[in-house]
Design a protein around this ligand. Structure first.
Ligand code: IPE
Ligand code: IPE
Ligand code: MG
Length: 260
């Protein structure tokens, strides 16, 4: 495990050596969110069907979960299927919906060994029963794990999430359980699907697209963004560490004057 590669450097700081890459153990992002994009284009370049790209993308998920765990990231949120992705051809949607079962079954022994907990955000009830079952079982099996939280955004849409939070808050106000004065930013945080998670520190999007595609609109207010042209199936440990190092160079000011 890469964790074992952490060693004291001359300056007394901990660092992790992975091939040529160095990631300092300081200022690590706690929560990294990734918009995994470019599977279809990866396949097209190889004259393969789009689903071959999704299959390859699943291998990348494995690789990135491992390295995130190895360097001590607390939460890794992966955007796997958006509420808008239902617009795709049924055969592609069906394949995407079969991936959680395939991935979680084959990765389960390693998830347990690594103490990784599976979570999900999104409208679970809108998923086919097999997909839901696979996610529920994985969440149940890993619920006592205390390491990395591997959080899948599945049938997730940020606007739908916000609408639901607003409605839930309005019901509470109607029932007299909350007063209007009590509704503040913290209240909204608590009604979102991410209520138990820290806000993402770093957002990565692959494939050259520079947009959010309805992903965590509220939660990303002060997140650092990192974009790459690399297609998700080609994204690897080194690229991931490059993004983490770039994050460590950023100066987060939150509207103030200095963040050092
Ligand atoms: C990302 O790859 C996976 C999902 C959105 C489910 P795409 O399938 O969007 O790949 P491109 O963008 O068409 O290349
Ligand atoms: C965003 O990718 C959704 C996921 C990665 C799951 P899309 O490929 O669906 O986004 P657009 O359509 O290019 O904005
Ligand atoms: Mg795409």
């Amino acid at each position: 495990m890469l964790k074992k590669l952490f060693s004291k450097s001359k300056k007394g700081k901990h660092s992790l050596e992975v091939k040529e890459s160095l990631v300092s153990n300081e200022c690590l992002p706690s929560h990294i969110a990734i918009i995994m994009d470019g599977n279809g284009r990866w396949a097209k370049k190889r004259a393969m069907p789009r689903i071959a790209g999704h299959h390859e993308g699943m291998q990348t998920v494995r690789r990135i979960a491992r390295v995130a765990d190895d360097i001590g990231i607390k939460v890794l949120t992966l955007y796997a299927f958006s509420t808008e992705n239902w617009k795709r051809p049924k055969s592609e949607v069906d394949y995407l919906m079969s991936l959680p079962q395939m991935f979680l079954n084959s990765f389960m022994p390693e998830l347990m060994e690594r103490n990784i907990r599976i979570e999900m955000i999104g409208d679970k009830e809108g998923l086919p029963s097999n997909t839901k079952k696979a996610l529920n079982e994985a969440m149940e099996k890993t619920k006592n794990n205390t390491g990395l939280i591997l959080n899948f955004a599945m049938n997730y849409g940020s606007r739908a999430e916000i609408v639901k939070a607003m409605k839930d808050i309005m019901v509470e106000v109607d029932d007299g359980k909350l007063t209007l004065d009590q509704v503040d930013e913290k209240t909204i945080d608590q009604y979102l699907l991410t209520s138990t998670l820290p806000e993402p520190d770093l957002l990565i999007r692959t494939s050259g697209e520079v947009r959010l595609s309805n992903f965590m609109l509220w939660q990303l207010a002060y997140t650092e963004f990192w974009f790459t042209d690399i297609l998700w199936p080609d994204f690897n440990q080194d690229t991931f560490l490059e993004a983490v190092r770039a994050y460590q160079q950023r100066n987060r000011r939150y509207g103030g004057l200095k963040g050092e």
